[in-house]
Design a protein around this ligand. Structure first.
Ligand SMILES: Cc1cc2nc3c(=O)[nH]c(=O)nc-3n(C[C@H](O)[C@H](O)[C@H](O)COP(=O)(O)OP(=O)(O)OC[C@H]3O[C@@H](n4cnc5c(N)ncnc54)[C@H](O)[C@@H]3O)c2cc1C
Length: 472
């Protein structure tokens, strides 16, 4: 058994653990940081994401005057994302845009006139809480500026709500003809999360961070505080790292790693899959934004298919309505014709297990769901190109806010519950956790993400006021 020493040990080299290491070593000069990773960095969840970002968090109005602050449901998320996006923009500038940061926005579309006031209210509340102004285009004035295909500088923030059908058709002719409104959130888009992770990791290693292969198997405490981390290499040999500071950044395993310290982390996991395929017919323009259908969907089956599906109890569910939220975006540069499609219709909590349990109907359901929004995709029903399917787990708290802060045992911290927003939140999350570790002044939103919040009876009472954060 060999032994190491470190000022800080981080368990997990996903985007969250790497962001903490980067902040500690590169930005704050901490000398002896060890990143303990059982596998290859970024290879479990962080390289499976759709790589999108948004500061668009529909919020609820304050219950009482003065209740809003940045902590109301869910101004804290807007503040965290605004900070994280600010850092993404800085990194894009510093790195000669190695992360390929774009800003085409998220386009939510609906065919239900009744949804328009809901979108309007959500956007007005988000604007009040710092997401940027709302511009309404209802045919009575105001000019809509489409997003450029590349780059992020000089773009509007906030959102455009378009109810003028002629304007919708002019800019988005590929959407279903019965679309009555689109909401275009503008401080949003995508980037290479893999490059972001590698860029931060390279910088962190250049500043002394050691990436050590090993699976954390235990955390020792002495007199109630962290004193050492136990780990095992691939060849089975054990080692320990003496340290006063341990960070749980174990992604889908964060609950199990918390239990090593006797701490119950209040999270659950959902399986989220995504599929991509060569969209060689060019139905979705390569310069399209992220496209999200905000309505329930009945999958478009032919009468013969309907009859066949209805016969089998195991396939009847495919005829039921599917939830809102199917979404897609073009991926890649140059000659690429890849389209990524996601539809998460089975979201019951489950124990993370690998390899992922993949629904054999997933690609078909995702493609048909997406065709409700973009009918041209129906051209692939007969002869769909072979899809690539992967995914991972969203680890979530019940109100879908992350956990960033002390873990309740002296010297132990968590950066987790990053749900479906972990790559976009990584920079701000890493920065916030480093501030906790170093005793730096904390931003105003820090209490909204601490584990401590669940000890506050007021907070527990307010939990039902949180929506799902428009989680995709
Ligand atoms: C299909 C899908 C789409 C998504 N789309 C987006 C998106 O568009 N935008 C966005 O912001 N987010 C998105 N997400 C969410 C995002 O990918 C995650 O929130 C983020 O990757 C979580 O990062 P992490 O570092 O916490 O976890 P991980 O990337 O899972 O890293 C945890 C690491 O800890 C290691 N580990 C665990 N246990 C141990 C142990 N005992 N010892 C040593 N190492 C250990 C693991 O091997 C792993 O490498 C998506 C997720 C999925 C699944």
């Amino acid at each position: 058994m060999s032994n190491l020493e470190a000022e800080v040990v981080i368990c997990g080299a996903g985007i969250a653990g790497i962001a903490v290491a980067y902040k500690l070593a590169v930005k704050r000069g901490v000398k002896n940081v060890v990143l303990l990773e059982q596998d290859a960095p970024l290879s479990l969840t962080s390289d499976k994401s759709t790589e999108c970002y948004r500061n668009w968090w529909p919020v609820k109005p304050p219950e009482r005057p003065g209740d809003a602050g940045t902590h109301g449901p869910d101004g804290a998320m807007i503040a965290l994302m605004n900070r994280s996006i600010e850092r993404l923009e800085q990194i894009a500038r510093e790195s000669d845009d190695r992360i390929g940061l774009g800003r085409r926005g998220y386009l939510y579309a609906t065919a239900e006139a009744g949804k328009v006031p809901v979108l309007l209210e959500a956007a007005e509340n988000a604007a009040r809480m710092g997401a940027g102004p709302l511009r309404v285009h209802d045919g009575k004035g105001g000019s809509y500026a489409p997003a450029p295909a590349h780059g992020f500088e000089g773009q509007p923030d906030g959102a455009d709500l378009i109810t003028d059908k002629a304007l919708i058709r002019r800019h988005f002719p590929y959407l279903a003809e019965d679309t009555v409104a689109v909401l275009h959130a503008r401080r949003a888009g995508w980037f290479s999360a893999q490059q972001l992770g590698m860029w931060m990791l390279e910088q962190a290693r250049a500043h002394g961070v050691r990436l050590v292969q090993g699976r954390v198997t235990g955390v020792q405490t002495t007199a109630g505080r962290v004193s050492a981390v136990e780990a095992r290499r691939e060849d089975g040999s054990a080692f320990t790292v003496r340290t006063p500071c341990f960070v749980n950044a174990a992604g889908p395993m964060q609950k199990a790693v918390g239990q090593m310290l006797g701490v119950e982390i209040p999270v659950f996991a959902e399986l989220h899959l995504k599929m991509s395929f060569p969209e060689h017919l060019g139905v979705v323009p390569r310069e399209a934004p992220m496209l999200i259908w905000a309505d329930e969907v009945r999958l478009p089956w032919s009468p013969e298919e309907q009859e066949m599906l209805a016969e089998e109890p195991s396939t009847r569910w495919l005829l039921e309505p599917f939830p809102p939220g199917v979404h897609c975006r073009p991926d890649g540069h140059g000659e690429s014709n890849t389209l990524i499609v996601l539809y998460n219709y089975h979201l019951e909590p489950l124990e993370p297990r690998f390899p992922l349990p993949i629904d054999p109907h997933y690609a078909d359901v995702a493609l048909r769901g997406m065709a409700r929004m973009i009918p041209g995709l129906g051209r692939y029903f007969e002869k769909a190109p072979k899809p690539w399917i992967d995914g991972g787990y969203y680890v979530k708290t019940r109100e879908n806010r992350p956990l960033i802060g002390p873990l309740g045992v002296e010297g132990a911290y968590v950066v987790g519950a990053l749900s479906g927003f972990g790559v976009m939140a990584a920079c701000a999350a890493g920065e916030l956790l480093a501030a906790h570790i170093l005793g730096d002044p904390l931003p105003e939103y820090a209490p909204a993400f601490s584990l401590e919040r669940y000890r506050d009876p007021e907070y527990l009472r307010a939990l039902e006021r949180f929506g799902d954060g428009a989680q995709l």
